[in-house]
Design a protein around this ligand. Structure first.
Ligand SMILES: Cc1cc2nc3c(=O)[nH]c(=O)nc-3n(C[C@H](O)[C@H](O)[C@H](O)COP(=O)(O)OP(=O)(O)OC[C@H]3O[C@@H](n4cnc5c(N)ncnc54)[C@H](O)[C@@H]3O)c2cc1C
Length: 497
């Protein structure tokens, strides 16, 4: 096959790019490349949505290749050290996301690489989250989780290529015919009948000519990035006692007082620490790096360099000023930068905040999320645009619903007909990313896309837009996915988001 690469239209848009390596011109690059064996489905990206998509499609009888750029599966939960699956389970332990998410969480907890917490209902301090009864998750050990997912994926006959980037596609008559990958073997093409873009960045959608948008409408700015790190030697009992006595889980007053003494040099004022699987280990998700363009290599590089320095600076401040952290040490810093937002596909349907103002059911609902509206302002890292700064309450237009539905249509890019896009790059108004971008609903999306791919490969639908929503929902119900509001837990406390 002959490959031609032309400069990407995204280059030169960096906020903090290094001018010396900005593109100056373009060149044509053409060569013959090997064509590998064909697959029914190529899944691009092995994060929560990609792993779930690959498993669901393989169980439905498809031959599946999963190509992942990092060295392990799990995406942000492993390579990004965001070791905390949110959005799929209530404080009382009831399931909001079923299917593969519940199966993986239960199996992972049985073999010790995740914990299914029973959370305290009567305390401010939440070991596995940061708000009583609402924002809490399933902690996972990132290293053991990678092994667990390796085993799960290989035992279900999924072909894996790690350290493999998807760099291009070949499209004919509105369908992707080949996925072009790059790894130690060089550049190769893989013929595919169906493709799932689980890169989080809609990389495959863009390479195939689909419409996307990136960042905030008015200026394209993206919500701040973070570099997550884990500490060991944390005394969670002491931390809990401090939070209970100050009733301040985010330590905002302490941070303000440190800032006044010039001991807190960062532009954010939030403390987020999550107890992980081992008793003394904490995931720190405090850092907010504004001005990062997650689609620009030079901007990402600057953020990684700054983030690693800031991780040690935060550790030193915690050791000195935050009870429970006196003996803490660095366990690991994520090798993958934490990017919350880049591109979103533009499908024919876009889920907007106003669509969700009341509990609503869509004819193509494939799952739900139980999480909040928390995408920070790109320039004010501790400010959420949906919060009124004068009183700290959510502004009126914010939906006061506990469960956010996920319609199938938001994963259908336009105009390519054999591509689906689950996960962080869905077709939503950007604030809707708040509840939907977390990992449990991403797995629900991946599972639905894997099953939809099987519908097409098996000839029950001609393309992604013609998949029958009720057939898909019934197939999801058959494997214990929660696709009906009536199946959601009803005895959880109501949320005032
Ligand atoms: C700092 C931070 C903290 C967060 N905290 C939480 C939390 O506590 N709990 C929670 O549930 N969610 C959290 N989130 C959100 C959540 O992690 C992501 O939104 C979610 O992981 C998205 O899932 P995904 O499958 O779409 O993508 P990802 O998890 O990002 O996975 C995408 C995968 O695709 C691979 N990839 C990308 N491009 C290519 C390519 N071209 N070729 C091949 N492979 C590619 C990547 O290496 C990656 O493994 C957080 C996010 C950030 C950034």
């Amino acid at each position: 096959m002959t490959l031609s690469l032309i400069e990407s239209s995204d280059s030169n848009q960096s906020i903090e790019s290094n001018p010396s390596i900005l593109s100056k011109s373009t060149m044509n690059f053409s060569r013959n490349i090997p064509v590998l064996a064909p697959f029914d489905l190529v899944v691009c990206g092995g994060g929560p949505s990609g792993c779930a998509a690959a498993l669901a499609a393989s169980r439905a009888g498809l031959s599946v290749l999963l190509a992942e750029g990092q060295s392990q599966p799990g995406g942000m939960a492993t390579s990004g050290m965001v070791s905390h699956w949110l959005g799929g389970r209530t404080q009382l332990g009831e399931w909001v996301v079923g299917g593969l998410f519940r199966e993986l969480a239960q199996e992972a907890s049985e073999c010790g690489c995740a914990v299914l917490p029973q959370l305290p209902t009567d305390s401010i301090y939440q070991p596995h989250g940061w708000l009583p009864w609402f924002i809490h998750g399933i902690p996972v050990d990132p290293f053991a989780m990678a092994v667990f997912l390796d085993k799960k994926l290989t035992s279900e006959k999924i072909s894996l290529l790690y350290e493999t980037d998807v760099i291009d596609t070949a499209v004919e008559h509105g369908r992707i015919t080949h996925i072009v990958i790059q790894n130690k073997n060089g550049i190769q093409a893989v013929p595919a009948r169906m493709v799932i873009d689980a890169t989080g960045d809609a990389d495959v959608a863009v390479l195939s000519g689909c419409k996307t948008v990136a960042g905030r409408d008015k200026d394209g700015l993206m919500t701040p990035a973070s570099l997550t790190f884990h500490l060991y030697g944390v005394d969670h009992q002491t931390l809990a006692a401090e939070i209970e006595s100050t009733r301040s889980p985010k330590f905002r007053e302490k941070i303000e007082s440190l800032r006044q003494k010039k001991l807190w040099p960062f532009p954010y004022d939030i403390f987020i620490s999550v107890k992980l699987v081992q008793d003394d280990v904490a995931m720190i998700n405090t850092m907010r790096l504004p001005g990062v363009n997650g689609l620009d290599a030079a901007s990402r590089t600057s953020a990684l360099i700054q983030g690693r320095q800031e991780a040690y600076a935060l550790l030193n401040i915690f050791k000195e000023h935050f009870p429970g952290f006196e003996r803490a040490e660095m366990k690991c810093i994520a090798p993958l930068l934490g990017i919350r937002e880049t591109r979103r596909i533009q499908s024919e349907f876009c889920l907007r905040v106003q669509d969700l103002s009341e509990p609503k059911d869509f004819e193509d609902t494939i799952g739900f999320s139980m999480y909040g509206w928390d995408l920070p302002d790109p320039q004010k890292p501790s400010h959420q645009p949906l919060v009124d700064e004068s009183n700290g309450k959510f502004i009126n237009k914010t939906p006061k619903v506990l469960y956010t539905p996920v319609p199938y249509r938001i994963m259908v890019p336009h105009p390519v007909r054999n591509l689906l896009c689950p996960g962080r790059a869905i077709s939503v108004e950007r604030d809707v990313l708040g509840p939907l971008r977390v990992m449990a609903p991403c797995m629900a999306m991946g599972e639905a896309c894997g099953m939809a791919a099987a519908e097409i490969v098996h000839g029950h639908a001609t393309d992604v837009a013609s998949v029958n929503p009720e057939t898909l929902r019934q197939k999801l119900r058959n494997v214990s996915c929660i696709v009906d509001r009536a199946a959601l837990p009803d005895n959880s406390p109501r949320c005032d988001p």
